[in-house]
Design a protein around this ligand. Structure first.
Ligand SMILES: NC(=O)c1ccc[n+]([C@@H]2O[C@H](COP(=O)([O-])OP(=O)(O)OC[C@H]3O[C@@H](n4cnc5c(N)ncnc54)[C@H](O)[C@@H]3O)[C@@H](O)[C@H]2O)c1
Length: 263
């Protein structure tokens, strides 16, 4: 019996993860704040669902508690709910910082802690996957608070992995590059989407690209993987693709000359 719980499952990447993991799950629990879209996905998959605001201080504990009590111990928790609004650092006020961190960082950490408390008490292992972002390593104009929230989430992922490993609880992150999604709460301007799409593999990511990585890292196939951040980004994090060479590459004559100098 595998019980999989996915947050942010009403839309985008979370929805794709729900579809991907449904094949392995005997019980599937979906959580989101968007009641209508969540009900649609739950109907598609025959899943149970709970409408909750995970930015609420008690929301994450309630999500894990309700799903555990309704369908049995949770084996896999995927924390995908997240927001990525644009907030310039010069405009920043406490309320906006807290809004972003309460959902993107505090919620996955508190959900993981509640799962760990229950799993340890029951003598069971578990697997947690946090959805991070390439922004954790590289910000953009207006992306400072979001990038900071995901950088903190990656550190919390490693910290939880360190403390929970002895209990058979693995905690990893999957970090997507840009993926176009049909989101109601996370709008992206077309000109941003067009520019950010450049990557070494030459195509935009899809929610399914991310979901397949989550399926692997959450599964027993990744039994010796914990505290890891798996970057699924078409190679975006390797460096900057759209810059000219700093100096024209050496010609074959130059190379022969240098080779001669070495002899
Ligand atoms: N799309 C990308 O390019 C991209 C890249 C890197 C990381 N991510 C991350 O992937 C995750 C999913 O994002 P997405 O792009 O699929 O966006 P999305 O808007 O399609 O999905 C986010 C989901 O979170 C839910 N949600 C928002 N606030 C909530 C709350 N307070 N409580 C419960 N649920 C709430 C929304 O209703 C929605 O279903 C996020 O954590 C995001 O940071 C996305």
């Amino acid at each position: 019996m595998v019980h999989v719980l996915i947050t942010g499952a009403a839309s985008g990447i979370g929805r794709a993860i729900a579809h991907e993991l449904a094949a392995d799950a005997n019980a599937l629990s979906l959580v989101d704040v968007d009641a209508d879209r969540l009900a649609t996905v739950a109907d598609e998959l025959g899943a149970q669902h709970a409408v909750l605001d995970l930015a609420d201080p008690l929301g994450p504990e309630e999500a894990v508690g309700r799903c555990w009590d309704a369908s049995g111990p949770v084996d896999v928790l995927v924390n995908a709910a997240g927001i990525y609004p644009s907030v310039d650092m010069i405009e920043l006020r406490a309320a906006e910082w807290d809004r972003i961190f309460s959902l993107n960082t505090r919620a996955p950490v508190l959900a993981t802690a509640e799962l760990a408390r229950r799993a340890v008490a029951a003598g069971r292992g578990a697997s947690v996957v946090n959805i991070s972002s390439g922004a954790a390593l590289r910000s953009r104009p207006g992306g400072g608070p979001y990038a900071s929230s995901k950088a903190a989430l990656e550190m919390a992922t490693r910290a939880a992995a360190l403390e929970f490993g002895a209990h058979g609880i693995r905690v990893n992150a999957v970090s997507p590059g840009f993926v176009a999604v049909d989101s109601t709460c996370n709008p992206v301007a077309p000109e941003y989407a067009a520019l950010v799409n450049a990557n070494p593999l030459g195509r935009p990511g899809t929610p399914e690209d991310i979901a397949r990585a989550v399926r692997w890292i959450s599964s027993p196939e990744a039994a010796w993987v914990t505290g890891e951040v798996l970057r699924i980004d078409g190679g975006s994090s390797t460096g900057v693709l759209d810059l000219p060479r700093i100096w024209p590459p050496a010609t074959s004559t130059d190379s022969a000359h240098q080779e001669g100098n070495r002899r």
